[in-house]
Design a protein around this ligand. Structure first.
Ligand SMILES: Cc1ncc(COP(=O)(O)O)c(C=O)c1O
Length: 444
């Protein structure tokens, strides 16, 4: 264990020798979430006193710097390592786009500007964050059903690529472009007739509000050719949070074959193909990090044999969670410790209103615990106990960890939830019960 490694802050298991959940070793500075009965999350780095570090800063010091708890902290170096890991694995021709919805914090998006080749936005707000980074407009895409005319006007004025979600949206875009005297850039988002199997969130196959059903695409393409819009290509996004390399490979293979077929019916050469993403991260016990090697090998093979329809197309993978999820933690403070009929509760100043996903209320069918650890304790004692970590809201839904084994914590101690860099702050009902929002910091 080198000091350099310790200084790297949160370790997302990339390039520096600690992998997910391995080696507690004899070094007491390394605690892993695997402490919690084989939990899947990554190792975390601790200082000589056993305190969790993020971006090289002990969390209690960071809490003081930020002005208290609760807060989210994102590790700049961990973000950089993650993007570098993806680039080292993937074929050179593949471009990396960041889906801002995963974490729209402006400083973080600015950092990702230097690590990625483009951004995907899903609202006017995200578009502004993207444009503020200074990225060229032709490297921004805008996907999502129900784009308003106001959003379409802003997108056309900015000169970004609109991912078409329906025939009606195409009409509105053409109309807006005509009125503004600008030729809008569009790519057709296709809802294929296959899905991303074993996915946390399936977004294709069957009836969906996303994209144009593949069987309707030929007619749409024919019509599009008669309108004053600039056709760029296709967007095929099949799902999210997938940890099965096999399923991802199958979806990529299907996506490239489908795009080749559609390219033959396109009104202009395909210069852009967005393959979606869906790469997942491990959150729960038993989950393993995704091995990019077979996914990259399959893509390299397919890319080498692409037909003429896609030969000159820019190929894009669009990732949110995979890039930022493991680089963030959420930190809250124990306010009270109480025992109710034999069950010990740590009541904290953080909760579901600030971290909905960890409470299990963001799309989990069966609630499982996120990796939750004791981050900083005022008077460390070696005993451990089984606790339930809750927030301050008067609802049984406000549960951050259900019956986990932690080193003994007391009021004032800090608790951290790992794997919190994606769909944390911005995917939480921050106004629920009118507590102030948590701070956010990009550190390191
Ligand atoms: C169109 C689109 N792109 C990208 C993403 C980001 O997915 P993830 O964070 O799983 O990479 C989503 C997620 O829903 C999406 O709908």
């Amino acid at each position: 264990m080198t000091d350099n490694l310790i200084n790297n802050g949160i370790n997302n298991g990339i390039n520096n020798g600690i992998d997910h959940g391995i080696d507690h070793g004899t070094d007491h500075r390394i605690d892993t979430a695997a402490d919690q009965r084989g939990h899947a999350a990554g190792a975390s780095v601790r200082d000589a006193r056993g305190e969790l570090m993020v971006g090289g800063i002990p969390v209690s010091r960071l809490a003081d710097r930020i002005g208290g708890t609760p807060f989210y902290a994102y590790d700049r170096a961990a973000l950089s390592r993650r993007a570098a890991h993806w680039r080292a694995a993937m074929p050179e021709r593949l471009r990396l786009h960041y889906a801002i919805k995963a974490n729209p914090m402006p400083a973080l998006v600015q950092h990702l500007r230097g690590l990625t080749d483009g951004f995907d936005v899903a609202s006017l707000g995200e578009l502004q964050v993207a444009l503020d980074t200074g990225i060229p407009a032709d490297r921004i895409s805008f996907a999502g059903p129900g784009k308003t005319d106001r959003e379409l006007r802003a997108a056309v004025a900015a000169g970004i690529t609109l991912h078409l979600e329906s025939a009606g949206e195409l009409e509105r875009i053409a109309h807006i472009g005509h009125a503004m005297g600008i030729r809008p850039s569009v790519a057709v988002r296709v809802n294929p007739d296959f899905e991303l199997k074993a996915s946390g969130m399936k977004m294709s196959g069957g009836p969906k509000p996303f994209g144009v059903d593949v069987e309707q695409v030929p007619d749409l393409l024919a019509h599009l050719g008669s309108l004053p819009v600039g056709f760029r290509g296709f967007h095929i996004f099949t799902g999210s949070q997938n940890l099965s390399a096999e399923a991802i490979i199958e979806a990529h293979t299907g996506t490239l074959a489908l795009a080749e077929q559609l390219a033959r019916q396109a009104p202009a050469p395909v210069t852009y193909l967005n393959l979606g993403g869906g790469l997942g991260i491990p959150y729960f016990p038993g989950e393993q990090p995704l091995d990019l090697t077979p996914i990259a090998a399959n893509l390299a093979e397919r890319i080498a044999t692409l037909g003429p329809g896609l030969r000159d197309a820019e190929l894009v993978m669009e990732l949110g969670r995979y890039l930022v999820g493991e680089a963030g933690i959420y930190v809250c403070r124990v306010i009270d410790r109480k025992v109710s009929r034999g069950r010990t509760y740590l009541v904290t100043d953080g909760g579901l209103h600030q971290h909905l996903a960890a409470s299990g209320n963001l799309g989990q069918v069966i609630r499982k615990n996120f990796p939750v650890i004791a981050a900083a304790r005022a008077s460390p004692v070696d005993t451990r106990d089984r606790v339930t970590v809750v927030g301050p809201l008067c609802t049984p839904l406000d549960l951050l960890a259900d019956q986990i084994d932690l080193p003994r914590c007391a009021p004032g101690d800090l608790i951290a939830i790992l794997q919190s860099g994606a769909y944390g702050y911005s995917a939480s009902p921050l106004g629920f019960l009118s507590h102030p929002p948590p701070a956010q910091a990009l550190v390191g």
